[in-house]
Design a protein around this ligand. Structure first.
Ligand code: AMP
Length: 442
């Protein structure tokens, strides 16, 4: 299939070609004709599957006719980074069309956003809170709205935005086309979809998209050795851009500082940074000034950086969804990538959970020449000690492990100090059929 089969306006087709897109991705092939036909769509897809163009191209096509300089499409996204990315992607696809989009999100001054709205834009890409503020102030006119997109709806729910989203929904025209995208479909999102979509078509692609293009490996390690192990891996692995995830803001900063001290080109992204600091870190990482970005989940949500070769989970994520989301940062748009996850004793049951969902065991790796038995330095920041407790966690507390799995993990971690043995230990015996059942039930 080629983009030509969609018969997009020549100015839009030119944007597609300028971006070098040769063939539509699966979600694009399935969504674009439906959306062009005016259907409501519920898209189950991860970021990284090409979903921005899947809704962006038909929106641009619609806007090529009809009034200009009034808001006709609204895209709601959970984070300002994602809003910026969508805005940029639409700007690139529509660069020849003179269709304008503006971003609306908090944490920055509102006046420049209001000014841009007044200058006339057809597309608004917004985070819910600031959008509601501007609606309350009467500075945004949505009476001419024709298309609404809710992107990463599950993340919006996780982040507590649903009441805001519902308030917005109550104040925009009911006669409109609605598109809802979500990587997962928890009950709350299904309820929302039932309420707001009219006769929708469900399009599901790449349930295992990041999994298919990403190879996974687990690195058992004591908490206090994680930074040393990270340095060793970075030193010996051929990497392009590397995204390292930590559980807390302080740890993101601290790990980045340690790597920097060791002479590595690194920056960090966490929720306490100002918008300009975030932008500097992101731009520097995108443009290759920094090869390594250390980030927390919330700060890194929705990041679109196409050259990430390795995602390293310095700390285990809190949920399987978060794991899938993190590794979705690599292996994007049919590239391949590696996802390495450091696992400590505390993570054992969670590893089991991830493997159940993936439907396969993840390879365990140990480095021959790494001293897994080294003790924490006296006075150093060993493990989840007091210092760890003072860290501000950006994510929800981790669910408790199911007790049945503990003995297996105990064996695993006992072996972690002995590299030769660790590789030989078969840890999990979840039957694949059971794993698949679990997966298909999700
Ligand atoms: P998204 O899921 O929309 O965040 O897109 C992920 C990445 O894939 C972005 O870097 C896009 O520019 C890229 N992309 C989207 N569609 C295509 C396509 N048809 N061919 C090649 N790359 C694409």
């Amino acid at each position: 299939m080629s983009f030509k089969s969609f018969e997009l306006h020549p100015q839009i087709q030119a944007g597609v070609e300028a971006l070098g897109y040769e063939e539509p991705t699966p979600i694009q092939s399935r969504c674009i004709p439906l959306i062009l036909n005016g259907r409501d769509v519920m898209g189950m897809a991860q970021t990284g599957t090409g979903k921005t163009a899947a809704f962006g191209l038909p929106i641009l096509q619609r806007l090529m006719s009809g009034p200009r300089r009034r808001v006709r499409a609204l895209i709601i996204a959970p984070t300002r980074e994602l809003a910026e990315q969508i805005h940029e992607a639409i700007g690139q696809l529509g660069r020849k069309t003179k269709v304008k989009s503006v971003t609306v999100y908090g944490g920055v001054k509102q006046n420049p956003q209001i000014r841009k709205l007044r200058e006339g834009a057809e597309i608004v890409v917004a985070c819910p809170g600031r959008l509601l503020d501007l609606m309350d102030q009467g500075v945004i006119d949505l009476t001419g709205l024709e298309v609404l997109v809710l992107d990463e709806a599950d993340r919006m729910f996780d982040m507590g935005f649903m009441p805001d989203v519902r308030r917005i929904l109550g104040r925009i025209p009911a006669r409109r086309q609605t598109l809802l995208f979500s990587a997962t479909m928890p009950e709350e999102i299904r309820d929302l979809a039932r309420d707001i979509l009219t006769d929708p078509v469900t399009v599901q692609v790449g349930e295992a998209a990041p999994v298919g293009t990403v190879s996974h490996a687990l690195y058992p390690v004591e908490q206090h050795l994680k930074t040393a192990l990270l340095m060793k891996i970075l030193d010996r692995t051929d990497t392009d851009s590397v995204l390292v995830f930590t559980r807390t803001k302080d740890r993101a900063t601290r790990v980045a500082k340690s790597l920097k001290k060791a002479g590595l080109p690194v920056t960090f992204l966490q929720g306490d940074l100002s918008q300009s600091q975030r932008q500097e870190a992101l731009n520097g990482f995108r443009q290759g000034k920094y090869r390594i970005l250390v980030a927390t989940d919330i700060a890194a949500r929705g990041l679109d950086i196409s050259r990430i070769s390795h995602v390293i989970n310095y700390d285990m994520p809190d949920t399987v969804d978060a794991y899938t989301h993190r590794i979705g940062r690599t292996g994007r748009a049919e590239r391949t990538g590696d996802a390495f996850t450091f696992v400590t004793r505390e993570d054992r049951a969670f590893v089991w959970e991830i493997e159940r969902v993936l439907g396969e065991e993840i390879e365990r790796r140990t480095l021959e020449d790494f001293d897994y038995t080294a003790q924490p330095k006296p006075g150093g920041r060993g493990g989840r000690g007091r210092r760890g407790e003072r860290d501000r966690v950006e994510e929800a507390p981790r669910p408790q492990p199911p007790p049945s799995d503990l003995s297996v993990f105990a064996a695993f971690h006992a072996a972690a100090g002995f590299p030769e043995k660790a590789r030989k230990v078969t840890l999990f015996s979840t039957p694949r059929s059971k794993a698949r059942r679990v997966r298909s039930a999700r």
